[in-house]
Design a protein. Structure first.
Length: 399
């Protein structure tokens, strides 16, 4: 990270840093300096881009909508964005008073995958952000399991991240920590991202098979842009965890992220997805789990609500219900009807608020790639079958 403290320091900064940049990064820095100086001469006015333009640029440099929603909600009027002067670059402008918090909670993680230049100007800080050079490496690994599956994976020095994805997809079907006694064997293919020579934690599991002499014969292929969810060749989800939508028919009335609250009329973070549906519509458990909480009260605006804890301690929330058909401590299975759609609590009409919590943090439920059924169908199944052919071809090239 490079810091420019004032306009007076520009010349000495250029001399000091000139040998630390390659041609590409040097041009990028110079363009940003020019951009900054132009705005400095114009009383530091920032020509804000249209929201759609900025969002597209942010996507282009791999900053997710969830990340943007998080920082705009957290810092509200203390942060803004502008299109940078360099292709594939965005400038983030913050109030100097939030510098330490912003860099600790957002920028420290962004520095792993992005180039960041900083300029200070009185009460404002300018961050010019662009992607680092990224390459991909495909690896295929297969072996017999002599001890446990978990130990074998660790012996091959696989990262905790890829082991966690393998565990997510296979747990419930294979005891990953148990000692093998049935001639167990596995094969995986995964993709590593290498950013400017350094392998990142961003790893995609493309393929996983597990077989033994006791009838287990599993083969899963990636069908998820987030690199986590695998499906069996017949289109069924490999994992027994969260896999279906909470309603049979989906009509999203309010997505996850920053929104103007329909009642309070202020911008607030919406930690879930609202599905509009008639009163009395059945609501389903999205996976096996234990009912953690049920309540028929205001609940901070949620009204009648249910929380279910699933594998890996993930939690799903179902709110504004009309009726509740289960109680705390009940074991529920995928597809169990747990209640019906209503409009209890703070609500303008019949709908289901569906929330998804991972490690005590609400995340966008859309990352689950949920289906109205636990099996891929129609166009999704056709796309998946095409994906299988691509992965098999890739595997032959890299074995």
């Amino acid at each position: 990270m490079n810091v420019l403290f004032s306009n007076d320091d520009f010349d000495s900064y250029r001399k000091q840093q000139i040998n630390e940049y390659d041609h590409y990064r040097e041009n990028e820095r110079r363009n940003f300096e020019k951009f900054y100086l132009e705005h400095y001469e114009l009383n530091h006015k920032i020509f804000e881009a249209e929201n759609t333009q900025t969002l597209e640029r942010l996507k282009l440099i791999d900053i997710s909508e969830e990340q943007i929603a998080y920082i705009t909600h957290k810092y509200e009027n203390q942060i803004s964005f502008s299109i940078g002067p360099y292709p594939n670059q965005v400038v983030i402008i913050i109030d100097v008073r939030i510098k330490n918090d912003f860099e600790q909670n957002f920028l420290s993680e962004l520095n792993r995958t992005h180039n960041v230049n900083i300029m200070l100007d009185n009460d404002k800080i300018f961050y010019a952000v662009s992607k680092k050079n990224k390459t991909h490496l495909i690896k295929v690994l297969h072996d017999d399991i002599k001890t446990s599956f978990l130990n074998t994976l660790k012996n091959h020095k696989l990262s905790d991240n890829i082991i966690e994805v393998i565990r997510y997809n296979i747990e419930g079907k294979v005891a990953i920590e148990s000692v093998s006694k049935s001639n167990d064997r596995f094969k995986i293919m995964y993709e590593e991202n290498i950013i400017e020579g350094t392998t990142t934690k961003d790893i995609k599991l493309l393929y996983l098979s597990y077989k033994n002499d006791k009838g287990i014969d599993l083969e899963g292929y990636l069908f998820d842009p987030n690199g986590k969810i695998l499906f069996l060749t017949n289109g069924e989800k490999m994992s027994t965890s969260i896999s279906r939508l909470p309603l049979d028919k989906i009509n999203i009335s309010s997505p996850f992220g920053i929104r103007t609250h329909p009642i309070y009329k202020t911008k607030l973070m919406h930690n879930g997805i609202d599905y509009k549906s008639p009163k009395g519509t059945p609501v389903y458990a999205v996976s096996n789990g234990i009912v953690k909480k049920t309540s028929k009260a205001y609940n901070g605006g949620f009204g009648n609500m249910i929380e279910i804890e699933h594998e890996n301690n993930d939690v799903t929330l179902y709110a504004h219900l009309d009726t509740i058909r289960i109680k705390k401590g009940d074991m529920v299975k995928l597809g169990t009807i747990i209640g019906t759609v209503g409009s209890t609590g703070t609500s303008t009409g019949n709908h289901l608020h569906f929330g998804y919590m991972v490690k005590n943090k609400w995340v966008n439920p859309s990352v689950l790639q949920l289906q109205a059924s636990s099996k891929l169908q129609g166009e999704d199944l056709k796309k998946f079958q095409t994906q299988i052919k691509k992965i098999n071809s890739l595997m032959k090239e890299n074995e």
